[in-house]
Ligand binder design. Sequence first.
Ligand SMILES: Cc1ncc(COP(=O)(O)O)c(C=O)c1O
Length: 485
Amino acid sequence: MNRGPQSLLFEASRPGRRCVRTAGADRSAAIVGLPTSELRQKPPALPEVGELDLVRHFTRLSQKNFSITTEFYPLGSCTMKYNPAINEKIASEPAWAGLHPLQPECDLQGALQVMYELQQDLGESTGLPGVTLHPAAGAHGELTALMVLRGWLEDQNQPQRRTILIPESAHGTNPASCTLAGFKVKALKAGPDGMTDMDDLMANLGDDTAGLMITNPSALGLFEVNIAEICRLVHEAGGKVYMDGANFNAIVGVTRPGDFGVDMMHLNLHKTFSTPHGGGGPGAGPICVTPELAPYLPEGVVEKNADGYHLARPERSIGRIRAFHGNFLVLLRAYTYIRRLGAEGLLRVAQNAVLNANYLRVKLNKAWRVPFDGLCMHEFVGRPTKEMRDAGVHTIDVAKRLIDLGIHPPTVYFPLVVNEAIMVEPTETESRETLDEFVDAMLQIAEEAKRGDEILHQAPQKMPVTRVDEARAVKKPILRYSPEN
Ligand SMILES: Cc1ncc(COP(=O)(O)O)c(C=O)c1O
């Protein structure tokens, strides 16, 4: 019997009935709109297993996962803090999760209210009241803000302003976003203290300056002490200042970028405001801008009037950058987090993030080298000492050894301005006991390095996959399923 997709669906949805697979050619006639040449001829060679085997398989896989719910995860620049379970509980309520983006606005008033209030909260926290929640990741926020800047420059009749200055201590996505938005990038040097070199800044400001893009706190975990003066100089030269605010968890509730002269910034909700990390897509990277730039924001800003909440297109909008309402359930989680903590709780987030990082920095700075050894923000960058490197121990060995000691490796070989960098971000959600365990592990590794222990070159030993040839794995990745691997 020739069964089309409708009847297969019907079979699959009836309890107790097996879904019958029909092979390629049989199905093709029933599948409307796809050319026969594009249809697969054989069913996919998926493993055939019973439910219990399947459950065991996925349970075992989940146990192999290295995650924040099982281990310490001090991945610098990524803020792998614990995301409270209440976020998930709220986001999984059918009243929210069951909404359809094509429902009319009058049906979505509750969701629009959440978005409106989140816009207000973020505008208030940053001192930049024009907010769009649409960008789906931090880098997407960067791109959106740069497009806003282009729109503004065009209206100012300043199309020749095409250069963005970026300090060396910026996150890697910053220059990439500039290029994507059609700007040229000029790098600014950092001084020995890790701060932007002010002479270099002044020498590079000119009629072609569209703006400056600064990661603050920087990828070195340092707050740019000259930020107000930097903003003043860029404004005087006719440009705007973009602050990469992905590290906002170090300063939330303590200071507001809008108050020290920043014109635009993005926030990584999936970092500061405890939502799932997005892998460049399913996160949320709202941008906040000054009232002057707000008319250029993407379509879909939530406004409130006498009839309720509705989505609006700002007057000089750059257009749409994301379908529907952005990642609404991610926004809802951030809203839950903010409402649960309140202003006081958010301030404690920043205080504890900074306290925890400095606790580790001070405990480790004898056995490890910490190049910028002043007060840090929420993270710091260290590296193996010369003695360790001379003994043939490199950052990669430290990272692999930590895995055997039950700790996710920090970010390694980034930022590029520090050779052999190990970037540690403990986050505010870790206890002192966990921090001390990390210190013990790092001190143990320093001792092993001094003794020249071979284990450092063989680790990890306790994982299902031990030390791999990474260069080969990158060049010849095995991406196909096979029962053997
Ligand atoms: C400082 C900084 N800027 C930008 C980004 C990019 O954010 P996303 O990965 O969400 O695109 C990150 C990512 O962690 C970051 O740490």
